[in-house]
Design a protein around this ligand. Sequence first.
Ligand code: NAP
Length: 253
Amino acid sequence: MTTSHDDNAPIALVTGANRGLGRAVARRLGEAGATVLIGGRDTAGAEAAAESLRATGLKAWPMTLDVTVDADVVAAAERVEREYGRLDVLVNNAGILPEATAPDLERPLDLARFRTTFETNLFGVVSVTQAMLPLLRRSSAGRIVNVSTTMGSLTDQLDPRSPYFGLVLPAYQGSKAALNALTIALSKSLADTSILVNSVCPGWVQTDLGGPDNRAAAPTPADEASRIVADLALLGADGASGTFVDAAGPVAW
Ligand code: NAP
């Protein structure tokens, strides 16, 4: 597919942007003037999402990208290099919650489920970020946003006042706690660059993540939840790095 863009517009890649929060983030970034690459493991789904955004006048192009498939990650980085020569924004949004359909108390410490969850929520982020880092280094204002959750906060998991206190989802919670540690590590490694790295909790969002009932139970529409994610993706030069925030401000690690 032939893509076009304004050389001065930010180039953004959102993983898992074919639906849910990622798609809403992609729309916001497009509305802010970015050329947005719609990452999706299903090519047709990514194409459909990109096409619907283009139909509203935005610059959105599909990118086949299963974050757990090395060949996809390599091909994605090669394409960004070939077509744009740099990357300004990476939103590591793709995520899974297999425990939602079978809580851990029913299948305690299911190793296969830990591996599956970490493969996408942590190793996929490491893989995509590693591949894109040389391109982000070429940006004058590189931004990495890791989509995490308050459920990954160790402080929150230990707080009896938290609405999530009763939730025991160790693979998901552990994967997001590890993702937060990655945010801290990367922000230190990249401290002498213009790349800012942050973790964000979008809130409890009306998507399919938590299973069929989540959409009706969650209070926050994806469009609203995407605002804080896009804000971090478009932080100014004086923006913070190595933080964990939600729409209300800092979240305890
Ligand atoms: P969702 O509607 O289930 O969407 C998840 C997205 O991730 C889909 O596009 C899915 O693609 C993609 N994905 C899954 N595995 C992938 C892989 N291996 N490679 C590439 N893409 C993959 O969930 P969501 O609520 O939008 O979740 C987005 C992010 O927000 C996740 O990281 C999640 O942990 C986080 N989050 C969500 C909530 C919430 O309340 N919903 C709260 C806090 C944090 P397919 O269509 O191919 O499955």
